[in-house]
Write a protein that binds this ligand. Sequence first.
Ligand code: MN
Length: 501
Amino acid sequence: MIDLKHYEVWFVTGSQNLYGPETLEQVTFHSQTIASALDDVKAIPVKIVYKPLVTTPEEIYNLALEANSAKNCIGLILWMHTFSPAKMWIGGLQVLQKPFVHLHTQFNRDIPWAEIDMDFMNLNQSAHGDREFGFICSRMRFERKVIVGHWQDENVLARLGTWTRAACGWHDAQTARFARFGDNMREVAVTDGDKVNAQMRLGYSVNGYGVGDLVRYVNEVSDSEIDRLVRDYDEQYVVAAELRSGGDRHPSLRDGARIEMGMRHFLEDGNFQGFTTTFEDLHGLTQLPGLSPQRLMAEGYGFAGEGDWKTMALVRAMKVMSAGLPGGTSFMEDYTYHLNPDGMKVLGAHMLEVCPSIAAGKPSLEIHPLSIGGKDDPVRLVFDSKTGPAVNASIVEMGNRLRMVVNAVDTVGPDAPLPKLPVGRAVWAPQPDLKTAAAAWIYAGGAHHTCFSLDLTAEHLEDFATIANMEFLLIDKATTISGIRKELRWNDLYYHLAQGL
Ligand code: MN
């Protein structure tokens, strides 16, 4: 399971030596107070670490180098309590490799109308100090998040928490290793792409393995390991009678357990954070892996089917970003529509591999035929998802850049039970409505595969895209077709000009 508690965000306050030591002592005290309060906030899943004031170009530069090499530091919160002349920041910001968020706050919430004097004015200057810092960030063309408000304001804390989760996802991606069993589903366009470009821009590395390499691990799994997994299944799921010990399909359940354990050993040995499979390359496996990707996703591994490594890496990033939250996050595909004018919606699912973290109740473990892959019937978990607000996210390659497309949706559940549909699934109404959302998605070139999350919001994904310097397109209540078509055209021009070669 993914644990974000060992990650650190450094709380850094900028100032200068103009004000004299007494003022700087007060600035230090205020900064320590805020950092310590943020560290106690439940909505912020990482440690907030106070760092001594920076007041000179050398201190800022050295702090940036220290942050770059600190393994657990995933980013910085920057705040200019007083005025921190921003030419001092150029050198440090040029070498800083960790993301930062600009917190535009001040120590006092209210102006003390009756007491305010020039000493107070000398100390509490972030209203203009942060603007000087904002200028240099904009002048240097830094994409970043700016959060405005008092440091005890719930909305400010929630937005800081959101950003720290995005920064965790980014940090994980920088060293992530992903395995592909087999290549892409043949002739599919959107799931293919440039893995060198992805590694340069997003950090993670993706490499292919012959399915035989996996089969060797699968064949080495011991009977006692399989026994242990089967007991685990009995505890966690409603296991179909035919799959239980003594049932006539029990050997298929043991095959599924063997594949799961072999995959787990392979992934652990190679220190991988995610993987893809493809039904076109299963030599030596008895079933298309269904239950195993479901369970490995629930443990935090990235996964996508049909060799779709970009979606798999996004699933992993969103698993990291949502760690510890109760809703669930899964590989997903817009599968089929309900086009009834009384309430249009999407049924999302996949052939097998939907993560049970989104399940509303205890999933049932079943076996059914599968029309693709040409293998034995695969075992799989079947469930309806929880309901509530969610997002679908996709990353596609536009040739000269990566584009993230996000649709905010309301997960509503099916109108009636689905007794004959043997897969995990979610039913949602896209924002602003199905017709607009699907048209906007198609104009944007969003993939048919997505990562679906009941834990994350569009803001988490926008923060991630900002850190990654990636195009971000949001389809939500405010979206219109003419609006998004203009945005797409303008973005084409912007990225062509801004990125050059
Ligand atoms: Mn698919």
